[in-house]
Design a protein around this ligand. Sequence first.
Ligand code: 5GP
Length: 239
Amino acid sequence: MKGSLLYEGKAKKVYSLIGEEYELILEYKDEATAFNGKKHQTFRGKGRLNNLISAHVFSYLKLAGIPTHFIQTLSDTEQLVKQSQIIPLEVVVRNVAAGSMTRRLGLEEGTELPKPIVEFYYKSDELDDPFINDEHARLLAKVDQSDLDHIKAAAHKINKHLQVMFSEIELRLIDFKLEFGRLHDGSIVLSDEISPDTCRLWDQDTNRKMDKDVFRNDIEDLVEIYEIILKRLEAIVHV
Ligand code: 5GP
């Protein structure tokens, strides 16, 4: 049974579960935000889409042997997860230059990277999630170098699985953001969500943008795009 509201973020609410100390309920909201909350809009049905898309992606990764917090979906907008202490790092993996990388480094959008690149950002709304290195991460995020090495290796592994999964539904995985959390036994697992809110996905043939950039840059209707992605995932992953 759903317990009390523990936390409300921009896209999700987190509830305790009565009688289960180490499990939580995530409820996905219909809100879309961009530019650290400066752009904001409600899309009816978005919570369902993010919940179900993320559930499909996590099920795929679980089957591939990646330790995650995901247990099962409970309803259209809710999922059951293992409780984890979120490590305050946004772990970004890039296969192709886009977004902040093009602005920071002057690379042209769409430039293929010779090898995937893993970056760390410090999760802080007040500071606008600054780009940091391993030393900053050790200072700020209560992690040691072996944790960071483990997270980087997991991020590369997840990237390989996700590239295969998205190519099966005719999408190119340009870049994405992961979050990791620590379970009560101290082990580190993949947490949070993976959805078009947290990934850049381009159509394999036309490079049409099929992710939150359609909202960030007013390109197309977010709900229609996310529906297409869910339908395609439903055809290849069983939750
Ligand atoms: P960039 O650094 O280019 O803005 O983002 C790189 C990738 O990470 C993109 O796929 C973007 O969607 C994701 N990302 C980075 N920061 C955030 C964030 O704060 N929230 C979400 N949902 N995704 C993020």
